[in-house]
Design a protein around this ligand. Structure first.
Ligand SMILES: [Ca+2]
Length: 105
């Protein structure tokens, strides 16, 4: 949930000429439909790899967006996380890679 004094936004409350690209926030959990930057998405979209892949995020398991492999996601259950946050859920990362590869090949 996002709250506060005006101006409040889902991702950016007030933006003095800055440019926000390829950034998203969850309009459902935040309760905010506006932001001074970024793109509002539903929870389902926020937990879908394609939302971020289409915006150029460099994910584990793909090379189209780069090979630094910064992000991974447990689709349908969580938002994107940094690769090193995988920890005990390495299996989930592996599952994502397998699923992603099977979806693009
Ligand atoms: Ca990558």
């Amino acid at each position: 949930m996002v709250g506060g004094d005006d101006p409040v936004g889902g991702l950016v409350g007030d933006n003095n000429g800055g440019v926000v690209t390829a950034c998203f926030w969850d309009t459902q959990t935040s309760g905010q439909t506006r932001s001074a930057g970024g793109t509002g998405k539903t929870t389902a979209d926020m937990q879908t790899a394609k939302t971020f892949l289409d915006a150029g995020w460099d994910f584990v398991g793909e090379t189209a967006n780069g090979t630094e492999d910064i992000w991974w996601i447990l689709e349908g259950k969580d938002y994107p996380r940094l690769w090193w946050e995988a920890g005990d859920v390495a299996d989930a990362v592996e599952s994502f890679i397998v699923n992603y590869r099977s979806s693009v090949i």
